[in-house]
Design a protein around this ligand. Structure first.
Ligand code: CP
Ligand code: NVA
Length: 286
């Protein structure tokens, strides 16, 4: 059974196939079936884009929360996975602990999809790659500068996707916030001057979901890594991307994210197309 828990380890051709399917006509691969969408954390883009993607494939999404499923308390992880697979063609989950996804996947007879974990956000990474290709006409050789918290789920999936498809990613982050397991070819620096010449400047929040207790330290450590007009001036031809939700005045200024070089709404729309492509690819595996 093929699952999508991370972009790590996927062949270039697998990612390219998902991106191609994102722009292909949807097929009714979930007709008569459901898709379990389990959320331990809030979501605007992921829940809505997944519900629509499932609908476009002829399936029926069912939104689930910890209160009703009681994974690991009311019932074991394994029994939940087997139960959900009785009705659903795919089990999708947004979790704090990536290990829960691995447990679900090891018990599930249907594909399991990571809708964001503490370490990875592969559906975001796919949308980012699709958006980069649409904006730049290619992915290979595109210069991407990720600025800010370089050791989070979004940065990790972006790095894995860029490495697989040949984009030149530079993570610009202070010591202690660089990606702990960067793929070969990903450059890391503390120097903001490294955004010069970028085709894409990418930002995410300084404080991810579940990190509220670290807010004061993170804001102090990362404050200088705000994407603002002065930083964007170092990369005059760059588009700005952000996975959203954004905190204007923290990791990005309103002038940048709401400005003419921002492509965040196209990127948000692409969450639906790339999710649909990923589901089509998964449902066509053996
Ligand atoms: N980018 C993203 O995953 O947004 P949500 O948290 O709103 O789903
Ligand atoms: N890094 C952020 C991404 C939100 C989509 C978080 O985990 O909160």
């Amino acid at each position: 059974m093929t699952h999508l828990l991370t972009l790590a380890g996927l062949a270039r051709g697998d990612i390219e196939a998902m991106l191609a399917l994102a722009e292909a006509t949807p097929a009714p691969l979930l007709a008569g079936k459901g898709a379990a969408l389990y959320f331990e954390k809030p979501s605007a883009r992921t829940r809505n884009s997944m519900e629509l993607a499932v609908h476009q494939l002829g399936g029926h999404p069912v939104y689930l929360t910890p209160g009703e499923l009681g994974i690991g308390t009311r019932e074991s992880v394994e029994d939940i996975a087997r139960t959900l697979a009785c009705y659903h063609g795919v089990i999708c989950a947004r979790v704090f602990d990536h290990g829960l996804l691995e447990q679900l996947a090891s018990a599930s007879p249907v594909p399991v999809v990571n809708m964001l974990s503490g370490t990875d956000h592969p559906l975001q990474g796919l949308a980012d790659l699709l958006t980069i290709r649409q904006l730049c006409g290619r992915i290979e050789g595109v210069k991407v500068a990720y600025v800010g918290d370089g050791d989070n789920n979004v940065a990790r999936s972006l790095a894995q996707g860029c490495a697989a498809l040949g984009a030149e990613l530079t993570i610009v982050a202070p010591e202690g916030y660089q990606l702990s397991d960067a793929p070969a070819g990903v450059r890391q620096t503390t120097d903001l001057a490294a955004v010069a010449g970028a085709d894409i400047v990418y930002s995410d929040v300084f404080v991810s979901m579940g990190q509220d207790a670290e807010t004061e330290r993170r804001m102090a450590d990362l404050g200088a890594y705000q994407v603002n007009e002065a930083l964007m001036a170092k990369a005059p031809d760059a588009w700005f991307l952000h996975c959203l939700p954004a905190r204007r005045g923290e990791e990005v200024t309103a002038g940048v994210i709401d400005g003419p070089r921002s492509a965040v709404w196209r990127q948000a729309e692409n969450r639906m197309h790339s999710a649909r492509g990923a589901l089509m690819w998964l449902l066509q595996q053996d």
